[in-house]
Design a protein around this ligand. Structure first.
Ligand code: FES
Length: 120
């Protein structure tokens, strides 16, 4: 691998995804979990203690909907209602189901609007 290829690879891996405005979100009237799109990804925005967190809409186990999943562990964990698989909201890693990973998203509020990006 050439130096240029190595530099490109390092640059790509260390680049953070850009924040995306979540369209059609009125924070004053929004109900959570909130369905939104982060780029091409269909996500759910959860209101958690201390802010918000985004997750993919379907469980990585059998792709069932996560709109009625249960927050637990002080809003640090998410339990799917279908088969009780539990995922960490910090990084999406499975707690009781090795091999599965939930896609998670950073979510912030800026000037009254919600923005999201894939979590690193
Ligand atoms: S579909 Fe979520 S745990 Fe099975």
């Amino acid at each position: 691998m050439s130096e240029a290829e190595i530099a490109t690879e390092v640059s790509a891996s260390s680049a953070e995804a850009e924040w995306q405005l979540l369209a059609d979100v009125d924070l004053g009237s929004a109900e959570f979990p909130l369905r939104a799109r982060c780029g091409d990804d269909a996500i759910l925005v959860l209101r958690i203690s201390g802010g918000f967190r985004g997750i993919e809409r379907s469980c990585p186990h059998q792709k069932r909907p996560l709109n009625d999943a249960i927050l637990q562990g002080g809003d640090k964990l998410l339990r799917c209602r279908w088969h009780s698989y539990v995922f960490r909201l910090s990084d999406g890693k499975a707690v009781n189901c090795p091999g599965y990973k939930l896609r998670v998203y950073d979510v912030k509020v800026e000037n009254g609007a919600l923005f999201a990006r894939p979590a690193q």
